[in-house]
Design a protein around this ligand. Structure first.
Ligand code: FES
Length: 326
């Protein structure tokens, strides 16, 4: 036995004292386990290729096991397990292996997620295991941008004209975002979302994101006057929503090209803030969390309450843009 199997959950062989219980991993093998040791630690120590995408932190569900015998010999679900059960409505005999220990006697269980195609990526011998590739929790500022009523414009113009307009806008906006430390993660038809990573200073990242949003709207105004109005007889309006929070960021390789992904509830909230621009008749909406991190010189004295899907009750948001219909 070596320390290789413990690397992702921060264990070393020296941590273990004598084994006291037996756990039968159905379809794998019988493993000895020390009181207080998690099921995941024991299975990895025995060389079982047990999926554990978040590294045993109780922040995914990939290590889950189905308890076949000996339910009462296990530790009670801790808060992390209770939260997961609530979110995913798991039955009581499904447990997170990284959060569950054996208190007495023997236990029989079965790993649930055990598709061979997962193994090479996460836990195999040549596993790709950098945090960026597997996914890591990071604090980020999320900016969602969307063009208002673009269907009307696209239906009235040639497809090549429409593509030209989108290309022109997004390349200009990308330059603005990058000059403020932002990066577009995904294009979504007539919109996109970008992230600003909080390296060490969350205030700076928030300020950069809000400043980028303001600069994008300012640039859009000038392009409307100098380009879209004279050449396309159209004024383009847009909505921007910004929120900050902890997300999971990582990479997915498709067709040998690495794509970055950013996921988590702050992403959904930023998207819904952008959606709320229409309801609140204002082109730029930021969450209270974002507003709290702004310097006084950038704060707004215009706020409103709005109901965001997935968030209980109305939340206070701040209006940073201009009305669509003054
Ligand atoms: S490894 Fe992620 S919850 Fe157990």
């Amino acid at each position: 036995m070596n320390d290789e199997g413990f690397s992702r959950i921060g264990m070393s062989a020296a941590n273990f004292k004598s084994a006291m219980h037996n756990v039968e991993f159905e379809g794998d093998e019988v493993v000895t386990i020390q009181t207080g040791e998690s099921l995941l630690e024991a299975s990895l120590r025995a060389g079982i290729q047990h999926l554990h995408v978040c590294g045993g932190k109780g922040k995914c569900s990939t290590c889950r096991v189905l308890i076949l015998e000996g339910h009462s010999n296990l530790s009670a679900p801790n808060n992390k397990e209770k939260q997961l059960n609530k979110k995913l409505s798991f039955l009581p005999d499904i447990r997170l292996a990284c959060q569950t220990t054996v208190q007495v006697g023997t236990v029989k269980l079965k790993r649930i997620i055990r598709d061979d195609s997962d193994i090479g990526y996460y836990v195999g011998k040549d596993a790709v295991q950098t945090p960026q590739q597997i996914g890591e929790e990071l604090e980020m500022v999320l900016l969602f941008f969307d063009i208002r009523n673009f269907t009307t414009f696209s239906e009235a113009h040639f497809p090549f004209d429409v593509i030209h307009v989108i290309r022109k806008l997004f390349s200009v906006f990308q330059t603005i975002l990058e000059s403020h430390g932002g990066k577009i993660i995904e294009l979504m038809g007539d919109g996109f979302y970008a992230v600003f990573q909080c390296e060490s200073d969350i205030h700076a990242a928030v300020r950069d994101a809000v400043q980028a949003g303001l600069s994008i709207l300012e640039k859009l105004n000038s392009l409307n006057e100098s380009y879209f109005k004279p050449h396309f007889m159209h004024i383009i309006q847009a909505g921007i929503g910004v929120h900050v929070g902890k997300v999971i960021s990582g990479e997915i390789e498709l067709n040998s090209i690495s794509h970055r992904f950013v996921m988590g509830s702050p992403v959904n909230i930023a998207s819904r803030l952008q959606n709320a621009t229409k309801e609140l008749n204002n082109s730029f909406i930021i969450s209270s969390e974002v507003h709290n991190h702004l310097p006084a010189s950038m704060q707004s004295n215009r706020s409103a309450f709005v109901n965001l899907k997935g968030v209980n009750g109305d939340v206070r948001v701040f209006l940073m843009g201009t009305p669509y219909n003054p």
